[in-house]
Ligand binder design. Structure first.
Ligand SMILES: [Fe+2]
Length: 310
């Protein structure tokens, strides 16, 4: 059975350029039933799971986000009443989710046509949220189709092409930065709001700002994400810019100085080749993040877990 249920040619006309809504057939898939999600939460490394109270503001300050004092699998088990928001990152490390992600994005790529840039770095992020939860205003450094499995979700997506909502500096990438961005209610004039129910999905292009609220019941969604060669290059430059800024060396935005951009990409690739063999374990990743980006780079650990670690 096809995983996409396309009713128009928006995948061809808007892909990578603007958000659009589409339909899918995954709402009753066994990989998204709560017992399977509890199993997933138990099997994933702790630094791949982030959760907190869902009762937060659209402009929530990262330092003031209320935490949930439960283990991750218990949050999923009690999602109907625990008022939580959770993301399990990189669920493609589980072969069953990996297979589904690849099949889904294979269909998306085929529907988008021959002109579309090749997909790489396929990753999936599983969201479990209680009723009335808010995901604050933020950007993501990948292309995304957010697939709604259960419950209602309202996704407010903003055009930031002129950088007047989020400046280029705030779009720099650093593990020490929380993803949440500064927000003002006046931004809403520029939002397009997509109302998703089970069976719906929305395409969120690279770094288009958005915030999300859930409806009157708990929700399950999965973000099927990928990167194009352009996205990979922009991310490398923005990560180098964010890292240099940490050492008080602000840099030009991507595209303004192509030769320097090329040097940054080379420096990034050289550094990654040296560091990647050290990043295989959760403990090593945590120590490396702390050494390069400071303690705040491990913000998604709970307070007790922070005390135990770096
Ligand atoms: Fe997002």
């Amino acid at each position: 059975m096809s995983l996409l249920a396309l009713e128009n040619d928006m995948v061809k006309t808007k892909f990578h350029r603007a958000p659009f809504q589409l339909k899918h057939t995954l709402a009753d898939h066994p990989l998204f039933k709560l017992p399977r999600l509890i199993e997933l939460a138990q099997s994933m490394p702790r630094d791949r799971i982030e959760y907190n109270s869902g009762k937060v503001a659209v402009d929530q300050r990262p330092d003031d986000i209320p935490q949930i004092d439960l283990p991750a699998d218990e949050v999923v088990r009690t999602i109907e009443e625990c008022n939580a928001w959770m993301v399990i990152k990189g669920v493609q490390s589980d072969p069953e989710y990996r297979d589904l992600l690849h099949r889904f994005l294979g269909e998306v790529s085929a529907a988008a046509g021959d002109d579309v840039a090749p997909f790489s770095d396929l990753q999936a992020f599983l969201f479990v949220s209680s009723a009335g939860s808010t995901t604050p205003f933020h950007i993501d450094a990948e292309e995304n189709i957010l697939v709604q499995i259960r419950g209602d979700k309202f996704v407010h997506i903003f055009d930031n092409d002129d950088r007047s909502l989020i400046a280029e500096e705030a779009m720099e990438i650093s593990p020490s930065k929380h993803r949440n961005q500064a927000y003002d209610t006046s931004f809403e004039d520029r939002a397009e709001v997509f109302s998703l129910k089970a069976g719906d999905a929305v395409h969120i292009p690279y770094m288009w700002p958005h915030w999300v609220r859930t409806g009157k019941d708990y929700t399950i969604s999965i973000a099927m994400t990928w990167k194009t060669p352009m996205v990979l290059r922009l991310n490398k430059i923005r990560l180098m810019n964010g890292t240099m800024r940490r050492f008080n060396l602000p840099q030009r935005p991507p595209g303004e100085t192509p030769f320097v951009d090329g040097l940054k990409v080379f420096a990034h690739d050289t550094a990654r080749a040296a560091i990647d063999p050290l990043r295989k374990s959760e403990r090593a990743r945590r120590v490396l993040r702390g050494l390069i980006y400071g303690r705040s780079a491990n913000y998604y650990y709970g307070k007790d877990e922070k005390r135990e670690g770096t």
